[in-house]
Design a protein around this ligand. Sequence first.
Ligand SMILES: Cc1cc2nc3c(=O)[nH]c(=O)nc-3n(C[C@H](O)[C@H](O)[C@H](O)COP(=O)(O)OP(=O)(O)OC[C@H]3O[C@@H](n4cnc5c(N)ncnc54)[C@H](O)[C@@H]3O)c2cc1C
Length: 322
Amino acid sequence: MSVLVYVNAPEGKIAKAAYEAVYYASKIAEKEGGDVHVVTYGSVSDDSLAELGQYGASKVMVCRELSEENDQKLTAIVAAAREKCGAKVIVFSFDPSGKVVAPRLSAKLKAGLVSGATSVPEIDGARFSIRTNVFSGKAFATYQVETEIKIISLMPNSLKPEKSDKKAEVESLSPSLPEAGLKVVERKRQSGDGIPLPEAELVVSAGRGLKGPENWGIVEELAEALGAATACSRPVSDIGWRPHHEHVGQTGIAIRPNLYIAAGISGAIQHLAGVNNSKTIVVINTDPEAPFFKAADYGIVGDAFEVLPKLTEAVKKFKASN
Ligand SMILES: Cc1cc2nc3c(=O)[nH]c(=O)nc-3n(C[C@H](O)[C@H](O)[C@H](O)COP(=O)(O)OP(=O)(O)OC[C@H]3O[C@@H](n4cnc5c(N)ncnc54)[C@H](O)[C@@H]3O)c2cc1C
């Protein structure tokens, strides 16, 4: 049984989460004894698409006729690709594109959908059991899907892909596309040229303990030394010290980086909801009773104004000597 993966390649560049989704699909195909097919669109190069073979794809179908992200048209493209390869399982990344296309496809194909999967399914005949995080990561739920066609969107950073030296075959796909009722008028990148927060493996974040926007230099310097993205707590973006796209938590972005450094953030439950799935959490806070220390892997009771520059210096020294 083949597995189909929708790969998002905005501006011709394959998103990091997409490699993970292809690898995830290969783990399902391994269990079911089938191939992994990929469907994408736009101007991404054939060479980049062939590289998806390293993560387990055998064939990539690309629709060059569509150049901009349009949910209705993308749904039609994925449905056409599924028809062509006969996949019974379709995998998306649980990213903004996957979050809108997967439910549309689920309705169109009458397929069961599990959003935000964190595990490779347990397969028992036609029944898939898939785990997701619920209640802002405080618990997990296992869903069973029994529809003939199954759709899964994978929470980024749920597994570490391994690479092989295989290449995928690339072919074009030209389905008839519906007239879309919605038109994208403008698409504007919010996050500047830095590492997009949802994709960052390392994140340096700060809160109200930094006292004011003029003090963010020490956060940015550590982020730059590490090659990390910057983030912040909600009040910091509400007051306008930092842009809203940096706000993490229950009402902001949920992230799962390998390293999350939090300076001057108390660790309120709403903040933790967006970051507590990080692999390693380092907390810097003057208050030894700050709730964040309970969620931390490493805690530094200290003044962020002293600790952050020292960490930056240590990272630079380490990099210079290696
Ligand atoms: C419905 C709802 C949704 C919410 N959603 C979110 C969300 O998505 N994300 C979010 O972040 N919050 C959210 N909040 C707000 C949340 O409850 C907290 O108020 C907020 O996270 C606190 O931000 P903070 O830790 O930066 O500030 P504070 O709570 O003021 O904490 C500042 C911390 O800095 C420490 N500190 C002070 N000086 C220093 C220093 N020099 N060095 C080191 N440490 C120092 C203090 O000890 C303190 O622990 C939400 C609230 C509600 C009600």
